[in-house]
Design a protein around this ligand. Structure first.
Ligand code: ADP
Length: 564
């Protein structure tokens, strides 16, 4: 825009210089005419004898010829009293001849031998023009004035075709010529009342109202700079005339500069838009890249998830398989146990049954032969066989049914002591006596005495069974109390427990004894009884010598009330 502004300035300056020359030449070209007219003898003669018609006719013809040849608007001669006595327009019906121009400054100046240049609108013609007057001097006396009126119409015609606005302002800032005729006779600055009065006297601008020209008043001065120029519609470039107090003005439309500005702005906006688009595109690309990375990560996680899920499914399947195998195993072992149990029960029952059958057959024979005493013996034997069967079914019943035995405080030392005494009684005279180790004090526990006796008897019986083939068998029953627990320990130096099957000794129907010697329920029942008394029954091998140790731990009771 600055460039555009400067270019406009340079162009305007150049154009102004050319146009100024043209204006000056239009005016100066005919400035010599009044001088020539003043020298003309007929003119001088006419002024000294105004009533010589022949001279007047000659002068008129002379003026007409000269004016026509020089393309002057009018060429005329005024007398000393300002009366027009001869004129180039003498033939027109509206001739100047006979009019007085005493009020015109050019006349006054010329008569007083001063420079007489003057712009005005013609009185008779109504046409504007530039007047140059020359005093006519005869024998050192001013006898009249020769005047030429120059039309500025040719300039006007040229400017009308130009694209720019041209204005010619006179010394009073009144537009005397404009490329747009409507601007003529308007002023750049408001006129004072005195001036207006003066113009009226001189009839300089005829009856023109001479208003202010807004375009000119609002136009910025070319030297004011770009910003100032942009605020106005026009910028005025002007040049003064050195010989004339006039100035020539060129109005440059700022529209072009503004349009350039708009183009620059649009281009900048476009560039900015492109940059912004680029930025957005770049950001979008980065976002997509990031999204791509996230998607890849998500895909990876997804794959891992799927793998994990597959693994979980696989594990679940393996677990299900395992469960299936386990349940099958349980089923198998259950079946095996049942088979074992059935075989054991069948054996246990069959034996006494066949015995009973044999006994009953022999009893019948003995009765038939009246051998009653022997028959009675048989019956006694049959009773003991049925008792054995009853005890077997009793064991089964105890195992099958959860007993609900009465609990009370049991004096353990006393209870076990009598058990050992009964076993070691001379009447029974066992092969292996039981060694009894007991603390000084009584040890009380909560439980059922009969059950405790049953458990301990069972353990002792097993120990005795295990030491059956030992030459120096030793079974020991030991009672001890530690903290809040009472421990009954039955140890032997028998065959000991098989390490691989030690965990199964409490399983029902687990037995290592031959058919008919054990049902494998003793330890299972004992375990159940001890648990019912909130105690623990544990089996292990001795560490010092070969042999097994069974330990019953019961909760100790310090209160002796209600000892059973
Ligand atoms: P049973 O005596 O009818 O076999 P139990 O349940 O009492 O049934 O015992 C199961 C098994 O535990 C026995 O067959 C035996 O193998 C083992 N057992 C029990 N006590 C002892 C012990 N003191 N020493 C070695 N083995 C024992």
């Amino acid at each position: 825009m600055q460039l555009q502004h400067q270019r406009a300035y340079t162009t305007a300056s150049a154009r102004l210089a050319t146009e100024k020359v043209r204006v000056l030449s239009t005016i100066e070209r005919l400035s010599h005419l009044p001088v020539a007219v003043a020298q003309q003898p007929d003119v001088q003669r006419l002024l000294s004898d105004p009533f010589d018609v022949a001279v007047q006719e000659r002068v008129n013809a002379y003026l007409f010829n000269v004016a026509t040849a020089a393309e002057a608007s009018i060429l005329y001669v005024l007398r000393k009293d300002a009366l027009a006595v001869a004129s180039s327009d003498y033939e027109s019906g509206n001739s100047l001849i006979g009019n007085k121009f005493a009020f015109r400054p050019y006349f006054i100046n010329a008569i007083n031998q001063r420079k007489a240049h003057y712009f005005a609108i013609g009185i008779t013609t109504g046409k504007p023009g530039y007047y140059i007057a020359q005093p006519i001097i005869v024998k050192q006396n001013v006898v009249g004035v020769a005047v030429v009126k120059i039309s500025l119409q040719s300039l006007q015609n040229q400017w009308s075709n130009a694209p720019d606005q041209w204005l010619l302002l006179d010394e009073h800032d009144v537009v005397v010529l404009a490329s747009d005729p409507s601007m003529r006779y308007q002023t750049a600055t408001p006129l004072t009342a005195a001036l207006r009065e003066e113009f009226k006297q001189e009839r300089k601008y005829a009856n023109q109202p001479l208003p202010v020209l807004p375009i000119l008043q609002n136009a910025a001065i070319a030297e004011a700079g770009l910003l100032q120029s942009l605020r106005s519609r026009y910028v005025q470039h002007s040049t003064p005339f050195t010989t004339l107090d006039w100035r020539l003005v060129k109005l440059v439309d700022t529209q072009l500069i503004k349009r350039t500005g708009i183009w620059v702005l649009l281009t900048m906006a476009l560039l900015l838009g492109v940059a912004l688009l680029g930025l957005l595109y770049w950001r979008e690309r980065r976002r997509k890249q990031r999204l791509g990375l996230i998607a890849a990560e998500a895909e990876r996680v997804n794959i891992l998830n799927n793998q994990l899920q597959d693994e979980v499914t696989e594990r679940k399947r393996a677990e299900a398989d395992l469960r299936q195998a386990q349940s099958e195993l349980i089923q198998t072992s259950k079946l095996a146990a049942m088979g074992q149990m059935s075989a054991a029960i069948a054996h246990e029952v069959n034996q006494p049954l066949s015995a009973l059958k044999t006994y009953s057959a022999s009893t019948r024979l003995l009765i038939e032969r009246s051998r009653h005493d022997e028959a009675l013996k048989n019956l006694t034997a049959m009773e003991s066989v049925t008792d054995r069967m009853a005890s077997l079914t009793g064991d089964l019943k105890v195992f099958a049914r959860k007993s609900d035995t009465q609990q009370s405080v049991v004096a353990l030392k006393q209870c076990l002591h009598s058990l050992v005494q009964h076993h070691n009684a001379p009447l029974i005279a066992p092969n292996v006596p039981i060694a009894w180790v007991a603390p000084e004090e009584e040890i009380l526990v909560v439980g059922n005495q009969a059950c405790i006796e049953q458990v301990v008897s069972n353990l002792i019986r097993n120990a005795l069974d295990a030491t059956k083939d030992q030459p120096e068998a030793c079974v020991e029953l030991e009672l001890s109390g530690k903290d809040n627990r009472a421990v009954i320990r039955v140890s032997d130096n028998g065959v000991g427990l098989d390490d691989n099957r030690i965990h199964r000794v409490f399983d029902p129907f687990f037995t290592t004894k031959p058919m008919g010697e054990g049902l494998g329920l003793g330890l299972a029942i004992a375990h159940g009884i001890v648990e019912e008394m909130n105690g623990q029954l544990r089996a292990k091998n001795r560490t010092d010598i070969r042999g097994a140790v069974f330990e019953v731990t019961l909760l100790r009771q310090y209160q002796s009330v209600g000892v059973a």
